[in-house]
Design a protein around this ligand. Structure first.
Ligand SMILES: [Mg+2]
Length: 474
């Protein structure tokens, strides 16, 4: 009989199954078991890397135009790939021998292993949950335990993911020797160590079938990572859920983000947006404050009056009204002082007249507009407020010349700045955030394009996130 019922996204199935297991076993140590190759690691990068290194070492050009998309076989079926390419038959044996020798070399593992998009965030999410663990169950032999942990932890670091050695189960035999039995042994290993295995994710149908047979009570949700696999698809157990992408929006609703991240609703500049914001759960609203040259008053407005002249009849919300409205609603007010020092005294007067509590005040400004003088004035007037500037101008230095970047950050802290804003569009953002965390400097993330990216950013647990909370699903 064909299944007509619409099955949920595999990540939703995982989330539901996990929640159910948690309810049934509130105090157990729950463990989600992951295979590595083809499940966490997109093995195509390694295949491409090793084949290119063959060309490099032999002065040949067989793989110059080979791309990731051309690789549709697993690392054990390289002969199939060679047959599909215009490579002379007599070279196949030599290339295959090279490949088999080089593919699991420490160099290849370290240089060419890349995670699938979203998988490290999924792992991070579970590692953040109380009494919840990720176990690795791999067919790789124990002889490469050290390289495996080193490369996975190097990849995981920027995502705040760590794999400890006792949660890695490796094939006790040699390469490819009885992987099915080893996968079942892995389940027993974690169970005997006191974990309740609640789910198993693998790209090989046969591995899922083996674990299925060893789990008569069907406690373990089987998830088929439908990437590249060797065993027949028919062997995927009927109870398994298949998926291709580690979609965070399917795993967790937007409001399920762990605790302490402060959320700021970006650009609450119009009357309509203010009403929307006041209905929402987000505590902080951000307003771009500018002087309206025609009326001579401070208003909130996204675009400058120079770049977008006012349209007839338009009247942007007055800062004085906005302050009174948010103060009475008990909400946090983040003011982006677009005119910098030029309007600072007036801003301060209006805030004081409205009587806004300091803990509900947050200022953002560009250092070349507010200057040292402006930040120091704000810090002296509202010592309990948050003071922020963007540090994207420092981004290359934070990784390239950290000591120099740190001097500048110390200078800014000396001016009174307490929050450093990093665009989610910045190159190497995760490494930059890692360094800021190591320096114990609180970060705000902004310029987040959609819900998925918001969830990715939130899992890094920055001090705050500024985003447009108007996307579908939010
Ligand atoms: Mg695999």
């Amino acid at each position: 009989m064909t299944q007509t019922k619409r099955t949920p996204h595999w990540m939703t199935a995982l989330a539901n199954h996990y929640d159910q297991a948690r309810r049934q076993h509130p105090d157990d140590r729950l463990l989600i078991m992951f295979d590595i190759d083809g499940t966490i690691i997109d093995i195509r990068y390694m295949i491409l890397h090793v084949l290119r290194s063959y060309d490099h070492a032999h002065g040949s050009g067989y793989f110059h135009t080979l791309t990731l998309a051309d690789i549709t076989v697993s690392e054990n079926q390289i002969d199939e790939l060679l047959r599909a390419l215009p490579i002379p038959q007599q070279a196949h044996a030599d290339i295959t021998a090279w490949f088999m020798k080089a593919r699991w070399s420490p160099e290849a593992i370290y240089q060419s292993h890349r995670p699938f998009n979203g998988v490290l965030e999924v792992i991070r999410w579970f590692q953040l949950q109380r009494n919840t663990f990720i176990g690795l169950n791999t067919g790789r032999p124990g002889t490469i335990r050290e390289e495996t942990l080193r490369s996975l932890n190097a990849l995981g670091d920027a995502y705040r993911v760590h794999f400890p050695t006792d949660l890695l189960f490796m094939n006790p035999g040699d390469w490819d020797s009885d992987v099915l039995a080893a996968k079942v042994q892995g389940v027993r290993y974690f169970q005997e160590a006191g974990y309740r295995v609640v789910a198993f994710i693998d790209n090989e149908p046969a591995n899922l079938a083996a674990v299925d047979a060893a789990d008569p009570a069907n406690e373990i949700l089987l998830l088929h990572a439908s990437t590249i696999f060797e065993s027949q698809r028919e062997r995927v157990p009927s109870s398994a859920v298949a998926g291709e992408s580690y979609d965070l929006t399917a795993l967790l609703p937007g409001d399920k983000i762990p605790g302490k991240v402060q959320l700021v609703w970006h650009a609450v500049n119009t009357q309509a947006r203010i009403e929307q914001f006041l209905q929402a759960q987000v505590h902080w609203g951000e307003f771009d404050i500018r002087r309206d040259p025609a009326r001579g008053v401070l208003v909130s407005r996204q675009r400058s009056f120079q770049s977008l002249p006012p349209t007839a009849g338009a009247s942007e919300p007055l800062l004085a009204d906005t302050l009174a409205r948010l103060k009475s609603a008990g909400r946090g007010i983040k003011l982006d002082l677009r005119d910098g020092l030029a309007t600072l005294d007036e801003v301060i007067e209006l805030i004081q007249a409205a009587g806004v509590e300091q803990e509900n005040l947050w200022f953002n400004g560009r250092i070349e507009r507010l200057l040292e003088e402006g930040f120091r004035q704000l810090s002296a007037t509202f010592p309990g407020a948050t003071l922020q500037c963007s540090i994207d101008f420092l981004a290359p230095l934070i990784l390239g010349a950290p000591a120099t970047a740190k001097e500048t950050l110390d200078m800014l802290s000396g001016w009174g700045l307490t929050r450093f804003s990093v665009s989610w569009q910045t190159l190497n953002k995760r490494q930059i955030l890692r360094q800021m965390e190591a320096w114990d400097l609180p970060v705000n993330i902004f310029e987040i394009p959609n819900l998925e990216q918001y969830l990715k950013a939130a899992l890094l647990l920055p001090r705050s996130i500024t985003a447009d909370f108007i996307h579908p699903g939010w």
